[in-house]
Ligand binder design. Structure first.
Ligand code: ACO
Length: 398
């Protein structure tokens, strides 16, 4: 089709941008990302300061409300979220227990988040501020409960109810690992590590799952259905599965001595260095720097993950190699996170689930922003490249 013919059907200037690489889909004031400089900020606050001084629930409040809470606002927000950690007994007994015994916990999570919409009659009242707030609180509060339930079900272990005397990250660890009364006691360094990892994963502007949330949300679907679409995007190995690929790669490399040979084979085009490179960051991913320090805190408690030395050697070799320097390939958020999760005892199947728990706050902040902007339904066009007009052929003549 010539440009002239094409423009007859598509008035104005049109861009063909299949992966939306050069298209800004929204105006947003939630997170700021400068890939060249390696900068990430939530609502203007540097990720480094939030990771050092804040908590995940405080950051969730910031993402959703635009400002850090006062003491009273924070205590009422934490109280609300804590109050909503329980899931309906039918979600647990009838819905979750209906899955195949070896179901993937992320598959369970995607379905369970979608199913929640049928448990709340006010889910569709997305323009009623109070009802909207209720769904936001419910979704943030129930993610750890659903995540831990999905894990324990996939392991054949009994469900653990939330213990609302515990903090958000501690409660999650308790629901994951508790085996006996009265309560699971996690090392405070592990609780803090989980909280910091949740802060780092809470938002990242227009990534694939957030885009899914915005696209489905733009149809005015309820937030549970929209968030289930976002979870489904995160289930994809290109999005939520990279840290699993890192652990697999490091295991295959096997020892520090094999690192130079492995890097050589990557440069010759045999696969990619997992956990390296990023569509937006052309510098060290700021989250990777923070995660590297968290790794040392966690290993102080759990003992060092034997894959750490291989990872450090790999980073050293790659960062001094012209191939990686010239292509601006640096460690990304996934390079060290899998090592931490593995050292803490999480199976690789749980890695995307651990990502989804905190990303829920980012998804909801974008969803709320989209509704407040009265955004139109997302409905891109296409460039048709199929058959020209032709007549139907009866089946006997084909
Ligand atoms: N290892 C080796 N070479 C690489 C890598 C890598 N990890 N990443 C990019 N390159 C090379 C490409 O081969 C290409 O080289 P060429 O110009 O000689 O052909 C060049 O760098 C540019 O690569 P693109 O694929 O164009 O870069 P893009 O921005 O599309 O890809 C991506 C980004 C997908 C993250 C890529 O770097 C990659 O595959 N990394 C490994 C997987 C990974 O860690 N994913 C997690 C991303 S973070 C997240 O999703 C939370």
């Amino acid at each position: 089709v010539s440009a002239q013919q094409w423009s007859k059907h598509l008035p104005g200037i049109w861009f063909l941008d299949p992966a939306l690489v050069t298209t800004a889909m929204s105006e947003s004031s939630i997170s700021y990302l400068d890939g060249e400089a390696g900068i990430l900020r939530y609502r203007g606050y540097p990720i480094e300061q939030l990771a050092e001084k804040s908590t995940y629930l405080e950051v969730a409040y910031l993402l959703l409300n635009g400002e850090l809470p006062t003491e009273d606002q924070l205590s009422s927000w934490v109280g609300e979220v804590t109050h909503h950690t329980f899931i309906h007994e039918n979600v647990r007994k009838r819905f979750l227990e209906g899955f195949h015994y070896d179901a993937h916990p992320m598959g369970i999570l995607v379905s369970a988040v979608a199913a929640l919409s049928t448990f709340y009659l006010d889910a569709k009242e997305i323009f009623d501020p109070e009802a909207r707030h209720r769904q936001i609180v419910r979704l943030i509060a129930k993610m750890p409960t659903l995540a831990a339930a999905a894990y324990r079900f996939s392991q054949g272990m009994p469900f653990v109810y939330p213990d609302n005397a515990l903090s958000f990250p501690e409660n999650f660890l308790s629901m994951m690992w508790k085996i006996a009364e009265p309560r699971y006691e996690a090392d405070p360094r592990l609780i803090r590590a989980v909280d910091v990892l949740f802060i780092l994963h809470a938002d990242h502007e227009q990534n694939c799952s957030t885009t899914a949330m915005r696209v489905v949300g733009s149809a005015h679907s309820d937030p549970y259905s929209s968030a289930a679409a976002a979870c489904a995007a995160l289930y994809g190995p290109r999005h939520g599965g990279a840290n699993e690929a890192v652990v697999k790669m490091l295991t295959e490399i096997g020892s520090m001595e094999n690192v130079p040979d492995f890097v050589r084979s990557v440069k010759e085009g045999h696969g990619r260095l997992q956990g390296f490179g990023h569509r937006v960051y052309k510098n060290y991913d700021p989250r990777a720097k923070i995660i590297k320090n968290v790794a040392y805190d966690v290993f102080d408690v759990t003992g060092k993950n034997p894959l750490l030395d291989i990872a450090l050697k790999l980073e050293e070799v790659a960062l001094s190699d012209e191939y990686f320097i010239s292509r601006k390939l640096y460690p990304n958020v996934d390079f060290y996170s899998g090592l931490i999760y593995q050292a803490m005892g999480f199976p690789v199947d749980m890695f995307p689930v651990l990502f989804a728990i905190p990303r829920m706050s980012g998804w909801l902040a974008h969803w709320q922003e989209l509704l407040d902007q009265d955004a139109k339904i997302a409905r891109p066009r296409q460039r048709y490249v199929g058959a020209e007009l032709r007549d139907f052929v009866p089946i006997a003549d084909r």
